[in-house]
Write a protein that binds this ligand. Structure first.
Ligand code: HEM
Length: 429
């Protein structure tokens, strides 16, 4: 069957076979910089710099540099563990704490310090994520240019952008004034140096802000989402078989020093599998960056007009939406079964197209190593030092796992758990 579609703003691809076709044929084609036609949400500093931003992010987050951010990760996760221990059994909102932690790590690595008004900025990030999902009336009718204004969305987003822009202005001015000699180069000072050296590619302040915005947006919510989903699945309740398995593994690895050492995390048997499984069930960024078809094409029997946004739904691929048939890729897809990854060669580097939590191809997440390192260390620390239970009166099976709709898929309601210190913090000062 061939169906001719008219004005088609975007096409969501949710089966592995069609995703393969899209990624094979259109990954290197023209680029779309945002999910929506209106361009609102993510690119206040303009489209032409998207490629530069990506190059900068990849370069700045190279593997070597991810290792050099290690002391930031270590300090921030230990701060969180100290904060939780001091609550003395009081409940913790892990959704909020996980987001603050991910945000602090990403901002310290980007601009050298925690930013002011962190909770306010985090709220702005979440609102942008919600608006940026792009599936609003304005995007269904892209040719009606007044719709973003009529729906009010344009004004709301511009207001957030103005506030963020003011924050970046302040951060850049402070960084120019400061003469840091701590021997550690955060991303902003590298960009300012490149700007001052006037290399062949002139870098403006707006370009620098665009890179910062990418870091703050793409780097914090995604990691926060993995932390809250994983803690819901692995950490909640001492009867949970997952808690027991992950605790057993971490004793053997970390008890000799009494603290979590990121270099030894790969020795853990269960936690890396559980993180993979969390990424499968709750891909934090379920919609991959849009690819555009630069000429008319046919997908799954449909004629697709030129320049349609082809959006691969990585979240659906991990759940194997084979309606009414035997699941091809993920048996018992709805169950949390980390063991399915045991001994399996499948990884999240973008090569296995049924499992793309970090995307694939040219637009593969540039923060993949940085994001994975942050998530690994945080979860290993939370599970090694504490036992976790659901609050009094809530049963494990009643733990709310509803998803909220936004660009990044977070829990609809915050994850609140009650910690008990299992192994005191043996933190080297
Ligand atoms: C666990 C954490 C993370 C997950 C699951 C994740 C996932 C993703 C996914 C699925 C994409 C789209 C890839 C595609 O379309 O092929 C993406 C893009 C991106 N990510 Fe991440 N990400 C994470 C952490 C980070 C971090 C820490 C940073 C930076 C500090 C970052 C920066 C970006 C940027 C800048 C893009 C856009 C790339 C482009 O436009 O081509 N991400 N991420």
């Amino acid at each position: 069957m061939r169906v001719k579609l008219g004005e088609l703003p975007f096409l969501i691809v949710s089966t592995v076979e069609v995703a393969k076709e899209v990624l094979r044929t259109h990954d290197l084609a023209a680029e779309a910089f945002s999910y929506n036609y209106t361009g609102i949400g993510f690119a206040p500093y303009g489209e032409p710099w998207r490629v530069l931003k990506k190059l900068c992010t990849v370069e700045l987050l190279s593997m070597k540099r991810v290792h050099s951010f290690r002391h930031i990760r270590q300090e921030e996760t230990e701060n969180l563990a100290r904060f939780i221990a001091a609550l003395d059994g009081g409940a913790v909102d892990l959704s909020e704490r996980g987001h603050l932690l991910a945000y602090d790590i990403v901002t310290r690595a980007s601009v050298g310090a925690r930013t002011k008004d962190r909770l306010k900025v985090i709220r702005m990030i979440r609102r942008l994520s919600k608006f940026g999902a792009g599936f609003n009336a304005a995007d269904l009718y892209p040719s009606v240019k007044v719709l973003p204004f009529l729906t009010g969305i344009q004004f709301k987003i511009e207001k957030i952008h103005r506030e963020m822009d003011g924050m970046f202005e302040g951060i850049i001015a402070e960084a120019r004034a400061a003469e840091s000699d701590d021997g550690f180069e955060e991303l902003l000072s590298i960009l300012l140096k490149c700007q001052a050296e006037r290399s062949e590619m002139a870098i403006t302040d707006d370009d620098i802000k665009a890179v910062m915005l990418d870091m703050f947006l793409a780097g914090s919510e995604t990691s926060a989402a993995v932390i809250e989903w994983a803690m819901g699945d692995v950490g909640a309740g001492e009867e949970s078989p997952h808690t027991e398995k992950s605790a057993r593994g971490s004793e053997q690895v970390f008890d000799s020093t009494g603290r979590v050492d990121e270099e030894r995390i790969p020795e853990l048997k269960y936690l890396p599998l559980a993180i993979k499984e969390t990424l499968r069930i709750h891909a934090p960024l379920p919609f991959m960056m849009p690819r555009l078809n630069s000429s008319m094409c046919t997908l799954n029997g449909y004629d697709i007009p030129t320049n349609t946004r082809l959006i691969v739904h990585a979240g659906a691929l991990g759940k194997d939406p084979v309606l009414g048939k035997d699941p091809k890729y993920w048996p018992d897809a709805e169950q949390f079964k980390p063991e399915r990854f045991e001994g399996a060669a499948i990884d999240y580097k973008g090569n296995d197209l049924e499992y793309l939590p970090f995307g694939s191809g040219r637009r593969l997440c540039p923060g993949i190593n940085f994001g994975a390192a942050n998530v690994d260390l945080t979860l290993a620390t939370l599970l090694y030092h504490f036992d976790w239970e659901v609050p009094h009166g809530v049963r494990n099976e009643d733990l709310d796992m509803m998803e909220a709709f936004a660009v990044t898929v977070r829990r609809k309601n915050p994850l609140v758990l009650v910690p008990t210190v299992k192994r005191p913090l043996n933190v080297v000062k």
